[in-house]
Design a protein around this ligand. Structure first.
Ligand SMILES: O=c1ccn([C@@H]2O[C@H](COP(=O)(O)OP(=O)(O)O[C@H]3O[C@@H](CO)[C@H](O)[C@H]3O)[C@@H](O)[C@H]2O)c(=O)[nH]1
Ligand code: MN
Length: 349
């Protein structure tokens, strides 16, 4: 198990409701610093349970801190969480939704999701050759026969994507036709997503190495005033995976699980997602075809190149993508204002 890295971790929570869920996480989260992003009405008071060390930002704070660049941070959408990624100074970020609770593994033991994410992030990934016994660095597992020794050191892990029991993260059409579906299947595995393969990244139980990939973990312009919602984490997932593949970093998915308690309204979600259901048939082939030049040697440089290509290739799909590409550039400008560009060489920050 990874050591407690509490000096190197920020927990980022977007919220429009109360934070009572933190009581459930207290044994695991209390040693850590929280960055709470209060979305929606800034005059509403958000109560944080006693005993937590936190900083809280509402929309007025975001506007005051970023000035004109604040327009790259979404309003009335969980995508606002990426402001927390921007202002953090820590090596690792864990972001969690406020309707997610501690899950139990099949033995009935409570799952310390954060500890498992940190373990995932501090052990290598294997994107170049699939290990059929899954995570080879796990206690009691290893590389199987036929696995090349030249690849057994693995690569640095940039993203750890956790899953959820109970309410599944379905898109609105699926949720509308299968409202009673509950995810009861606990799969005891962590997989590295192979190089060249995209995946639908969900942000409700997500951790990443901010120094390696933080600059590309931008959640786009979604929600209020935008023709798209609930594709914030999808966009960030596609961008970060393409950047990780280019820079030689790994992305893991699987354990840890948490308990997703609340289904959001599928009718509201359908309105938010509607364009995305069509546009994803264009967005995904775009990301599958992206080639980043060798001169891009860190996440910021890769991201600016991605913004350029997204404008060229997706702008004709809808003018929204021109605005999104511009917002991606603004994000990097803000990122570099807040963080002296981390010169990351060979995966060590
Ligand atoms: O306007 C808003 C709405 C929500 N939030 C905060 O964002 C997260 C997620 O909200 P919620 O749990 O209601 O949404 P889900 O449909 O369950 O989850 C989706 O959100 C994305 C991942 O977070 C992804 O699209 C789906 O998993 C909560 O913390 C809300 O408080 C917000 O800040 N502003
Ligand atoms: Mn939810």
């Amino acid at each position: 198990m990874a050591p407690t890295l509490n000096g190197e971790v920020d927990i980022v929570i977007p919220t429009i409701r109360s934070l009572n869920f933190l009581e459930d996480w207290r044994p695991f989260f209390e040693p850590y610093h929280l960055i709470i992003i209060q979305d929606g009405d800034p005059t509403k008071e958000i109560k944080v349970p006693e005993g937590f060390d936190y900083e809280l930002y509402n929309r007025n704070d975001i506007n005051r801190i970023l000035g004109p660049k604040a327009n790259c941070i979404s309003f009335k959408d969980g995508a606002c969480r990426c402001f927390g990624f921007l202002v953090s100074k820590k090596k690792f970020i864990y972001t969690i939704d406020d309707d997610c609770f501690v899950a139990k593994d099949p033995s009935g033991k409570e799952i310390d999701a954060l500890a498992k994410h940190l373990e995932n992030l501090t052990k290598p990934s294997t994107p170049y050759y699939f290990n059929t016994l899954y995570d080879p660095y796990r206690e009691g597992a290893d590389f199987v026969r036929g696995y090349p020794f030249s690849l057994r050191a693995g690569v640095p892990t940039a993203v750890s994507h956790g899953l959820w029991l109970n309410i599944p993260d379905y898109d609105a059409p699926t949720q509308l036709v299968k409202p009673l579906d509950r995810n009861t299947r606990y799969v005891d595995a962590v997989l590295t997503i192979p190089k060249g393969t995209l995946y639908p990244m969900c942000a409700m139980n997500l951790a990443f190495n901010r120094e390696l990939i933080g600059a590309a973990m931008y959640f786009g312009i979604m929600g209020d005033g935008q023709p798209l919602g609930r594709y914030d984490d999808m966009w960030a997932g596609w961008c970060t995976k393409v950047v990780c593949d280019h820079l030689g970093y790994g992305v893991k998915t699987g354990l840890p699980y948490l308990w997703h308690s609340k289904a959001s309204n599928p009718f509201v979600n359908l309105k938010k997602e509607y364009n995305g259901l069509f546009w994803q048939e264009e967005m995904i082939p775009f990301f599958q075809s992206v080639i980043l030049p060798k001169k891009c040697t860190n996440a910021q440089e890769c991201y600016l190149e991605l913004a350029k290509q997204a404008k060229e290739k997706l702008g004709p799909v809808d003018p929204y993508f021109n605005n999104l590409a511009d917002a991606m550039v603004t994000w990097i400008e803000a990122w570099e204002e807040f963080n002296a560009p981390a010169k990351v060489k060979n995966g060590t920050a």
